[in-house]
Design a protein around this ligand. Structure first.
Ligand SMILES: *Cc1c(COP(=O)(O)O)cnc(C)c1O
Ligand SMILES: [Zn+2]
Length: 417
């Protein structure tokens, strides 16, 4: 049973059929998926959801496909961690990490959007899957296309981390590296999509793709015991995830699954690429594009497609936005690893770094529930930490050398006679 009604323009409200469309022909506004909410309200309950398998498809009535998902059956339902040690380090009472660093199969939240996009693209009859990516989307499109036997074309900027490139090639994807920024990659891809008629998950079928991000929000609500957090901090690249988490919270509230809708949403970017943060701080919804320069490459989008809507989401929820330097990103990555045993990628450093700032500034109070969104895995951005961590000690396999080592470190251990 599908509750996918059609597409609707976010600006003028004009209705469109459920096809591969993404821009309104009247006002050029972006199209968004619309559902038969009344019907959903009659059949879907918290109890029904709770009894389903632990993956993102437990919310399938609220996802834009018509049949069964054809790929990504295991995606989602990642841990929500009560982070006591980190909470203590930051001086806050109730802190959680939503950890998509361990999302299946490619260790970032992008598997959520891609499994929806590919399932929908197949329903619409597309034969080739493609994307413009800052890295994680490339990994996910390549892996999930391979898993369902489809050919994929992945377009990336030339300066991505090695793990993100190898972690795309390994699945047999066609990888095209562009001499230019992500925004230049994206522009080329719009032209390719028009000419070749491929399913570019984040361009011509973006309305369907973006809905996958809602599951990140649904899961947080369910894992908190059908409650919303008072504060959530979200990393922003194109600005889609943050708007969809908010949409998820609103839908759960409308359906009566959570009682209060009182979450403040905060956006995080790197200082080297913060067009959305700048807009929020200046009190405008006008996004001024920038040329990115940061180690947080997965967030390096200088002209964000959903920048306007993410700034609005933040402001309307009573939240705020901020950015952090590359140095702060690295120290936040270390803090997260050392306190909670979670190795997040640079985007996680951005999110935690901004969280720390907002708490110190008093923008986020210390005694209310806070969720930090961890969206990608640190093993994929190892270059960022090269030369920034402690050294490995090398010795010969001689007990005496180890004794010297312990002694020189000035540590005292009980030694058996
Ligand atoms: C893509 C990405 C984001 C941001 O996604 P948008 O929806 O484009 O804002 C955040 N974190 C990671 C790790 C990503 O790969
Ligand atoms: Zn319109």
């Amino acid at each position: 049973m599908s509750y996918l009604k059609g597409l609707k323009c976010r600006e003028c409200g004009k209705d469109y059929p459920k096809e591969a469309l993404h821009v309104c022909e009247l006002c050029f506004g972006p199209l968004e998926v619309n559902y038969e909410y009344e019907q959903i309200g009659k059949t879907l309950t918290r109890d029904v959801i709770s009894k389903r398998p632990p993956n993102m498809w437990r919310y399938r009535e609220l996802l834009p496909i018509e049949g069964e998902p054809s790929v990504g059956a295991q995606v989602g339902f990642t841990p929500l961690i009560r982070a006591k040690n980190l909470g203590e380090a930051l001086g806050v009472k109730e802190l959680y990490l939503k950890n998509d660093a361990v999302n299946f199969p490619t260790l970032s939240f992008k598997d959520r959007v891609v499994s929806v996009a590919i399932s929908r693209a197949r329903e619409m009859g597309f034969k080739i899957i493609a994307c413009a990516s800052t890295g994680n989307l490339a990994n996910s499109v390549a892996a999930n296309s391979a898993a369902c036997g489809m050919e994929s074309y992945v377009f990336i900027p030339h300066d991505l981390e090695q793990s993100k490139v190898l972690g795309t090639l390994v699945y047999g994807a066609n990888v095209v590296s562009i001499r230019g920024t992500y925004d230049e990659v994206n522009r080329l891809c719009s032209e390719v999509a028009g000419k070749y008629g491929w399913a570019f998950v984040n361009i011509n079928i973006r309305p369907y793709y973006a809905e996958g991000s809602k599951t990140f929000g649904y899961e947080i609500a369910e894992q908190l015991g059908w409650k919303l957090p008072r504060h959530i901090i979200v990393p922003m690249a194109g600005g889609s995830l943050i708007t969809k988490i908010w949409k998820a919270f609103k839908e759960f509230h409308t359906l009566g699954f959570v009682k209060n809708l009182d979450t403040r949403v905060y956006g995080a970017q790197a200082a080297g690429c913060s067009p959305i943060v700048n807009a929020v701080k200046e009190g405008t919804e006008l996004i001024r594009p920038v040329r990115p320069n940061t180690i947080a490459k997965s967030l390096a989008i200088g002209n964000p497609a959903d920048g306007y809507y993410s700034a609005k989401t933040i402001t309307n929820s009573g939240g705020w936005a901020d950015n952090v330097t590359d140095e702060e990103i690295i120290s936040a990555m270390k803090l997260l690893a050392e306190t909670e045993g979670v190795f997040a990628e640079t985007a996680g450093g951005v999110t935690l770094g901004v969280t720390k700032r907002l708490i110190e500034q008093g923008r986020i109070p210390r005694d209310e529930s806070i969720v930090v969104s961890i969206t990608g895995n640190g093993l994929k951005t190892q270059e960022a930490l090269a030369g920034k961590l402690g050294e490995v000690t090398v010795i010969n396999s001689k007990l005496a050398e180890f004794d010297d080592l312990v002694k020189s470190a000035g540590k005292v251990y009980a030694v058996r006679a």
